[in-house]
Design a binder for this molecule. Structure first.
Ligand code: CA
Length: 388
């Protein structure tokens, strides 16, 4: 079997409302899908992390740089292809966009491998440790409005997310320590005393400010404090983890086994959040997962994007070994964005309907069972929303 084409589809639409996190507000939703065709009629689908203009630039890397290295190869040689592509791009970027682009290609090759074997992705990896997972719902995005109004909105939104059947919820922070703590108090009011919540700063803080926020989160019993400081600041992560009681999480902006090696060796993470659509795809995710577990660091995958990303992550969460294991083991959760996203809810011929599953199955989400990723994108939908 040979690869005959590698194509990117960048999709976009205007959001019903302006949403934001500590780095920007955004008015458009986008997704970047990769489609790989073979001479035997099998097609694989992948996804690259990176919104808007980043997706457009990544399309150039997928089709202009990586595709010529893949076309004509046996798609089952995915690890050979990974290393050939990485070695060619290494001098031009060992993190960031080249790896995001390679991720989508690698995921599509795994989808093909599953379809060739007639096995779901999790079976190809080694089997399912669990046939369903719980999910945490993130929302409470920033909006361009006064902190007092945002706090009232956060209370209502947090309560609504809890009512949807999620196991926990996650809010955005990054307004500044004082306002952030008020927002976290508002979330706690909405969910009550016995429901876990997490706070995501998207690296908005210096270490000194992150300590102030972290202590406030501790007082409110937050489960984790995500990306408190810049991803390059490994020492800042280590200082925060050593002196705060709240779990420190991060890693969505780290790439490959080499980047993750340094991040883990710095001992700054209680919980690792690898992003499979960014760090180098499934091939590299499995190596990063092994590194995380070699450092006894539990993993809760970072999940962002379309139904392709959600399906990929469901398989990876199923195939994740328990750490450390036991009769009542620590369990990973699916990260789920509760804000408007047609590319997650309407892309597939048979939608995953995560929120419906949570309602019907007591807060559990099934792992897809079909070959490969076990999902099929709707080509008419792709044509309708394709911008590049
Ligand atoms: Ca995050």
């Amino acid at each position: 079997m040979k690869v005959t084409s590698v194509r990117s589809h960048v999709l976009g639409y205007d959001m019903p409302e302006l949403l934001g996190y500590s780095q920007q507000y955004y008015a458009r939703r986008s997704a970047h899908l990769v489609e790989i065709e073979t001479d035997e009629g099998l097609t694989g689908w992948g996804e690259c992390f990176g919104p808007g203009p980043v997706a457009l630039a990544n399309k150039g890397i997928v089709e202009g740089v990586i595709a010529p290295l893949v076309i004509g190869s046996d798609p089952l040689d995915r690890d050979v292809i990974w290393h050939r592509a990485y070695n060619m791009m290494r001098d031009h970027g060992q993190k960031g966009m080249p790896l995001q682009a390679l991720s989508g290609v690698d995921i599509a090759l795994w989808d093909i491998a599953g379809k060739v074997a007639g096995l779901p992705l999790h079976k190809l990896i080694g089997g399912a440790h669990r046939d369903s997972v719980s999910a945490y719902g993130y929302g409470m995005m920033l909006r361009p409005e006064p902190a007092v109004e945002l706090a009232a909105r956060f209370t209502d939104e947090a309560e609504a997310i809890r009512e949807m059947g999620f196991a926990a919820t996650k809010m955005k922070i990054g307004l500044g320590p004082k306002d952030d703590i008020r927002l976290a108090e508002a979330v706690r009011r909405g969910i009550g005393d016995d429901f876990p919540f997490m706070a995501d700063a998207n690296h908005a803080y210096t270490t000194a400010d992150a300590f102030e926020v972290g202590r406030g989160l501790e007082d409110l019993g937050a489960y984790w404090f995500e990306e408190p400081v810049a991803p390059e600041d490994l020492e800042g992560y280590a200082e925060l983890r050593a002196r705060l009681k709240v779990n420190i999480s991060g890693g969505e902006a780290e790439f490959t086994r080499w980047g993750w090696r340094r991040l883990l060796e710095a001992r700054g993470l209680d919980i690792a959040q690898p992003e499979v659509c960014a760090l180098g795809g499934i091939s590299e995710y499995l190596r990063v997962l092994a590194l995380c577990h070699a450092h006894f660091t539990p993993v809760v995958n970072h999940v962002w994007g379309s139904a392709i990303s959600v399906a990929t992550n469901l398989h990876l969460l199923a195939a994740m070994p328990p750490l450390p294991g036991g009769l009542f083991p620590w369990e990973p959760m699916l990260e789920f964005d509760t804000t408007d996203n047609k590319f997650r809810d309407e892309l597939l011929t048979e939608p995953l309907d995560i929120q419906g599953q949570l309602r019907r199955n007591h807060g559990r989400v099934r792992i897809p069972g079909g070959p490969g990723l076990g999902v099929e994108p709707d080509r008419d939908f792709i044509r309708q929303y394709k911008i590049a």
